[in-house]
Design a binder for this molecule. Structure first.
Ligand code: SF4
Length: 241
């Protein structure tokens, strides 16, 4: 194993320990999910900054939603926190209507079909993401070096954009460490398609309590291309390692 892999595994284990501690300390508390996600998002921002040192500057910035036509995948805590966040937004009824329409158009599409559809994320308003502070890890980890390439890709003229590897790697390690900690704590830890899962969360006020009680409330929205058995095997191997 090389030093880079050693570093990634050590980082995963440290993140896993930190998430496990938060879940253990706040299991019965209202603030368990906000604390878990605050930890994930601040760890992402801090570690990306370190990993991306010496790399070209990324072109992404608050207010740009050029790439936001792709499928977004999120864990149950991210979906549930977004549902809470939407409950506090001034334009909730409007947002909800856009979400329902987007879900109707995108439900069941795989990644390729979603790209081909080129349907904009329902959370874009006036060209910007209106849920920016609560956006999932998947959105945070998708960072481009070239705005022009994003525009070309969004128009379907090219199919590749130069993405930041540090963003992708740190996002993936943090999301997986959080999923692994959720699994160890007895929670459902799958990844879901955002539009569909969020529609479920907003339609059922008891969703959060049911998920906390161990129910897979978002099962109809699960992303099937990712094998949970294989992921669980990898998590166990890393922990044993
Ligand atoms: S949630 Fe926000 S950042 Fe993510 S795809 Fe939608 S508009 Fe873009």
């Amino acid at each position: 194993m090389n030093t880079e892999e050693d570093g990634a595994l050590a980082f995963f284990r440290a993140q896993h320990r930190a998430f496990t501690q938060t879940l253990g300390e706040r299991r019965e508390r209202e603030d368990m999910m906000p604390a878990l996600l605050a930890q994930a998002y601040s760890s992402f921002e801090g570690n990306v900054e370190v990993q991306a040192e010496g790399q070209p500057a990324i072109a992404c910035h608050k207010g740009c939603a050029t790439c936001c036509t792709m499928r977004v995948i999120a864990t149950a805590p991210e979906v549930l926190m977004l549902a809470r966040y939407m409950g506090t937004a001034a334009s909730t009824a409007d947002l909800r209507q856009r979400l329902v329409e987007a879900d109707r158009a995108t439900r069941g599409c795989d990644e390729g079909q979603r790209v081909a559809l080129r349907r904009r994320c329902p959370f874009i308003a006036k060209g910007a993401c209106v849920i920016y502070p609560a956006r999932p890890l998947a959105c945070r980890g998708h960072a481009s070096y070239d705005k022009r390439a994003c525009v070309e890709a969004a128009a379907g003229r090219i199919d590749r954009i130069p993405l930041s590897m540090p963003h992708m790697m740190v996002r993936s390690l943090i999301q997986n460490a959080m999923q692994s900690a959720l699994r160890d704590a007895g929670y459902i830890w799958a990844a879901y398609e955002l539009n569909h899962a969020l529609t479920i969360a907003l339609d059922d006020e008891g969703c959060e309590a049911a998920w906390r009680a161990g129910e897979d409330v978002f099962a109809p929205a699960v992303v099937t291309e990712i094998s949970q058995d294989e992921m669980a095997e990898v998590f166990d191997r890393i922990q044993a390692g």
